[in-house]
Write a protein that binds this ligand. Structure first.
Ligand code: ZN
Length: 149
């Protein structure tokens, strides 16, 4: 990664950690709490899934810059996307932050690519993935709820 790109990525992460997007409660949908004891990051994720599509998503909480920025970028990226696509994105994102590899998927990842540098700091992987793990739990709950009706 060249240094200009690294600076740009750093700038986006700082921006999202200072001014997180979709940082509020949602009245619709489900709320699930996530906690990363390694770092102390805490968040509550709100997600409204309807007919297999993420209609709205938001979060609240407090954590380190990486966890806040990751949750913020995630909410921007997944809003309006089908749940299937969100699962695939998480798999690609997880690979990116654990191995630094995005390869051909870089374009699909869009803004999520800014977290590539996290792979150099294994202790921060849980910070970057906290919002995603919480989202998965929230979506699974939603799916279960739908299937029992
Ligand atoms: Zn953290």
């Amino acid at each position: 990664m060249n240094s200009d790109l690294r600076d740009l990525y750093q700038e986006i992460i700082v921006d999202h950690s200072k001014r997180p997007r979709n940082f509020h409660k949602l009245d619709a949908g489900r709320a699930v709490e996530g906690f990363n004891p390694l770092c102390g990051d805490r968040l509550t994720l709100y997600v409204d899934v309807d007919t297999g599509v993420v209609r709205d998503v938001a979060f609240e909480g407090s954590g380190c810059a990486i966890s806040t920025a990751s949750a913020s970028v995630m909410t921007e990226v997944i809003k309006g996307k089908p749940v299937e696509e969100v699962h695939a994105l998480f798999a690609t994102f997880h690979k990116l932050v654990t191995t630094g590899e995005n390869g051909a998927a870089a374009e699909d990842l869009g803004k999520l690519a800014v977290f590539a540098g996290v792979s150099e700091f294994p202790s921060r992987v849980k910070c970057a993935t906290l919002a995603w793990h919480t989202l998965e739990a929230a979506i699974k709950g939603e799916v279960e709820k739908i299937s029992t009706e």
